[in-house]
Design a protein around this ligand. Structure first.
Ligand code: ARG
Length: 457
């Protein structure tokens, strides 16, 4: 008899080149735990509705557990003629149990089976990512607390803009990663709907009970359109979008810190264990990990595009094209998980170069906008205040000095209360003048540090 689960219809052997071209075992073998779990739930359900006897179901469940242990130990030889992980496991079951094994695939198709396995896998992947993202958030929080009073230049257009507290900068990333975690939880809702029972595309004439499978596999509800089930990859694309955005956040952070390590910036010292050297230039300490986190982001975004292009022209319901979804899914996940795993200790072990930051903090007119706001508080209309400070900055550029170095007369021509205006000059004073909710004002940052300390504990 043919090794193929579908051999009955065919007389000759499959061309070896076709087997090589169509196999997915090299990619989908990592679904084996989820495939076994779903098959065990399916077998128990088949017994409950009388399609298997209780003892048949029991021997299937037990044998599947043993098959799982064998795969775990690397004892199952994978063969491309058995195409995918689902066929390998079923074939192995039949080899052990004979006719009883031949009953497992009752009222099931690989079309609903594969997507059930993938959903179980994505559910676990979401939990793993949540744990990793939390690790990165905690690392940032730790650094934020360690650098509680350090002032950094804040940038727009990569030009010095306004002063910010270092913890305000680090907590900005904590916020981004929090949204990533929330997005994953939202995606999880659409992952958590049971596909199994849709069979090939139209359901089955056999008296299955999908609720029994839902319960065992801990899905929140049951997918109600079998055609939709066998064609739906929305949840998977959504998940890879979530991964893409995490990768983009990591990439932006990596870019910023790469700049910060340069002689030009000298803002941060990365841990040696997370940097590499040069084979020719003895002095080099290169931020390769950050560069690769930034570089690998391209592959994650490519996976998202690949998936969108994969499904864009597919008619209902299952089409073999869909088999290509898993390579993109796994590679996107692996890249993001590995990046997050490195990001946490790298952040935790990095140190700001406070002296070097401070030595150039008064460059770049970080207090100019605060000065403008001080003029506004003294009754100068905003547009006039903006223009006046612009003129003062131009004067400073000519005299190669800072706003605080200008004589009182320059301020006296603008407002009566010169000392009120002068009191916000200098980066430290300018920073302390902030007050709005969510700003870099020290009390605001302090309360955000408290909030995150509680939330991430
Ligand atoms: N290896 C296939 C996949 O991953 C399993 C589903 C095959 N279904 C089919 N009708 N040929 O998509």
């Amino acid at each position: 008899m043919s090794q193929k689960t579908w051999g009955g219809r065919f007389s000759g052997e499959t061309d070896r080149r076709v087997e090589r071209f169509t196999e997915s075992i090299s990619i989908d073998q990592r679904l084996f735990r989820h495939d076994i779990r779903a098959s065990q739930a399916h077998a128990r359900m088949l017994a409950a509705v009388g399609l298997l006897t209780a003892s048949e179901a029991e021997s299937i469940v037990t044998t599947l557990t043993e098959i799982g242990q064998r795969i775990e130990k690397g004892e199952m030889a994978f063969r491309i003629e058995l195409e995918d992980i689902h066929t390998h496991i079923e074939r192995s079951l039949i080899e052990t149990l004979g006719d009883v094994g031949r009953k497992l695939h009752t009222a099931r198709s690989r079309n609903d089976q594969v997507i059930t396995d993938v959903k179980l896998w994505v559910r676990d992947a979401i939990d793993e990512l949540d744990r990793l993202l939390l690790g990165v958030q905690r690392a940032y929080l730790e650094l934020a607390i360690a650098e509680k009073d350090t002032i950094l230049p804040g940038y727009t257009h990569l030009q010095r803009a306004q002063p910010v507290l270092a913890p305000h900068v680090f907590l900005a990333f904590v916020e981004k990663f929090q949204r990533d975690r929330e997005r994953l939880q939202d995606t999880r809702k659409r992952v958590n709907i049971l596909p199994l029972g849709a069979a090939a595309l139209a359901g089955t004439t056999l008296p299955i009970n999908r609720e029994l499978v839902r319960e065992q596999l801990d899905f929140a509800s049951i997918a109600m359109n079998s055609l939709d089930v066998s064609s739906d990859r929305d949840f998977l694309i959504e998940f890879v979008f979530d991964l893409s955005l995490i990768a983009v956040h990591l990439s932006g952070w990596a870019e910023e810190w790469i700049l910060w390590t340069t002689t030009e910036f000298q803002f941060i010292e990365l841990p040696d264990a997370f940097c590499t050297g040069s084979s020719i230039m003895p002095h080099k300490k290169n931020p390769d990990v950050l560069e690769l986190i930034r570089g690998k982001t391209g592959g994650v975004i490519a996976a998202l595009q690949q998936l969108l292009i994969l499904v864009k022209g597919l008619p209902l319901a299952y089409n073999r094209d869909l088999q290509e979804d898993k390579a993109a899914l796994f590679s996107a996940f692996d890249t993001v998980a590995a990046s997050l795993e490195l990001a946490a200790p790298l952040i935790q072990q990095s140190k700001l170069r406070r002296e070097s930051i401070e030595s150039r903090l008064e460059d770049g007119f970080l207090d100019a906008t605060t000065l403008m706001e001080a003029l506004i508080l003294q009754g100068v209309p905003m547009r006039s205040a903006h223009e006046a400070v612009g003129n003062l900055v131009r004067l400073c550029e000519q005299r190669r000095c800072r706003l605080m170095d200008l004589p009182d007369s320059e301020y006296a021509s603008l407002v009566e209360n010169v000392s009120a205006v002068r009191s916000v000059l200098g980066v430290k004073a300018a920073l302390n003048a902030f007050r709005s909710v969510g700003s870099t004002a020290p009390v605001q940052v302090e309360s955000q540090l408290e909030r995150w300390s509680k939330q991430l504990a």
